[in-house]
Design a protein around this ligand. Structure first.
Ligand code: SAH
Length: 443
């Protein structure tokens, strides 16, 4: 995978919207929301006068503390802000609503930093937010026998667009918003100061960056990247390819679900689809599975998976790895009359946004239908969706349709979600991207 190392300025030229053109005719005095009782200039920012004026009634979601300002909700933009600047968001009467980071190139034109007009958005603000996120996790006892942790989960930790994953003494930072991009260096300094890692590696190459109008960028931000990065999870060791692996190198969100798989695997023939570097497979093997067949389309991921097996001294004779397209391979297994006691389906994101939901639904239905057909009576299906565009309710409906078409009766045994280091802010349900079901088919 090629990794551009662009270090362009975080600020992109602003969109020449009607709103901006409107403003240039105005005087500085008029820029300030005149009727706001609590409006203050944005601290520490050259564009102290800049503001987003919302259309009438469009402050409602913000008043419920949903942290996004969509372009369609904006009446006009006062001032000449550039992407990454902090702006005031005011309602149509000029009353303060929030302080937010501007992004001229995104449908999400601003993401909220603070609901407090007095709070300075400065280095101390980011230090506070980051320290709070880290301290909150420490208090949840999440790190038992583990050296991996999502330290910052973007909007849900009050830092829209910032992901920080910890793998031992390496931190991987992913930036998905213009606001975080603007404060990137300060954030790296704070992480260095608070966590003292050997390396902070930037993996700002997610698809969402393109939607945000941000260029892709990867590379060492602080320190030196060790030759091998390893994460320990519930005592199992996994090699993490932070530079070229998927996401930030590992799927920390499935930690608790992998552990659950281990507890149910004993004596079972297991099929792990979309296995990546072997997460669920290794847990199933440690849990005493009779056999584990693992499939993934990525040869590199499978290479690491077999290495992980060796790292953990697990019994290779019970493990089989297949480089395959799961959609094709499941049909082959069905045609061969193969069956399993436990199947794990953890596909990649089929629907990044709701616009892709219909196509994604077909994909989920297809693999789950085949999964149901391959399960022996009384067998267990762990099925997941990490698509932000598919709600938990819709996912359950898709799975119900798949079971019906497969001609099996199944019960939900557990509703599954991401681990506790991926918290979901109540006012930001979009944070609950990972949903899963543990199902048991009838005997
Ligand atoms: N369960 C894994 C994470 C899965 S991520 C864990 O616990 O770590 C999704 C995986 O699906 C990726 O490894 C990707 O390479 C793989 N993938 C994507 N499309 C695929 C396809 N059509 N067939 C097989 N694997 C696919």
């Amino acid at each position: 995978m090629s990794k551009p190392t662009n270090t362009r300025s975080p600020s992109t030229p602003h969109r020449t919207s009607q709103g901006n053109r409107d403003f240039r005719k105005r005087t500085q005095r008029e820029v300030r929301p005149a009727t706001s009782s609590r409006s203050v200039p944005v601290a520490g920012d050259a564009t102290a006068q800049a503001a987003i004026i919302l259309k009438e009634g469009r402050e409602k979601s913000l008043l419920r503390r949903h942290p996004w300002v969509f372009s369609g909700a904006i009446e006009r933009i006062d001032g000449t802000p550039v992407s990454g600047d902090t702006l005031q968001v005011v309602d149509s009467t000029g009353k303060f609503v929030a302080q937010a980071a501007y992004n001229a190139g995104s449908q999400i034109t601003a993401r909220v930093w603070s609901w407090n007009p007095e709070e300075a958005i400065d280095t101390a603000f980011f230090r506070r937010k980051i320290a709070t996120a880290i301290a909150g996790r420490t208090g949840l006892n999440l790190q038992k026998d583990s050296s991996g942790m999502r330290l910052i989960h973007a909007e849900s930790d009050g830092l829209p667009g910032l992901i920080v994953d910890q793998y031992g003494d390496v931190l991987v930072m992913q930036i998905g918003s213009a606001g975080i991009e603007h404060w990137r260096e300060q954030i790296a300094d704070i992480l260095q100061e608070l966590c003292n890692p050997a390396c902070i590696y930037e993996r700002s190459d997610s698809d969402s960056r393109t939607l945000e109008g941000l260029e892709l960028r990867c590379g060492v931000l602080r320190g030196t990247l060790p030759d091998t990065v390893e994460v320990i999870e519930h005592g199992l060791r996994f090699r993490v390819d932070v530079a070229d692996g998927q996401k930030t190198g590992f799927y920390l969100d499935q930690r608790d679900n992998r552990k659950l798989t281990e507890t149910l695997a004993e004596g079972r023939d297991v099929l792990n689809c979309f296995c990546y570097t072997g997460g669920f497979s290794l847990y199933a093997l440690r849990g005493g599975a009779k056999s584990v067949l693992s499939m993934d389309a990525s040869g590199e991921a499978l290479h690491i998976a077999t290495d992980n097996l060796t790292r953990n001294n697990l019994d290779e004779s019970r493990a089989e790895w297949q480089e395959a397209d799961v959609f094709v391979a499941l049909r082959k297994l069905r045609d061969q009359g193969k069956t399993f006691d436990m199947i794990i389906l953890d596909p990649p994101k089929f629907a990044p946004t709701a616009a892709f939901a219909e196509k994604a639904a077909r994909g989920y239905k297809d693999i789950n239908l085949l999964g149901f057909k391959l399960l022996r009576p009384g067998g267990l299906l762990f099925t997941y969706s990490c698509s932000g565009g598919i709600s938990e309710e819709l996912f359950q409906k898709i799975i119900a349709g798949a079971a019906l078409d497969a001609g099996v009766d199944a019960q939900i045994v557990r509703h599954l979600h991401a681990s506790g280091d991926h918290p979901v802010l109540l006012s930001f349900p979009e944070g609950a991207y990972l949903k899963g079901l543990l199902l048991r088919v009838a005997d």
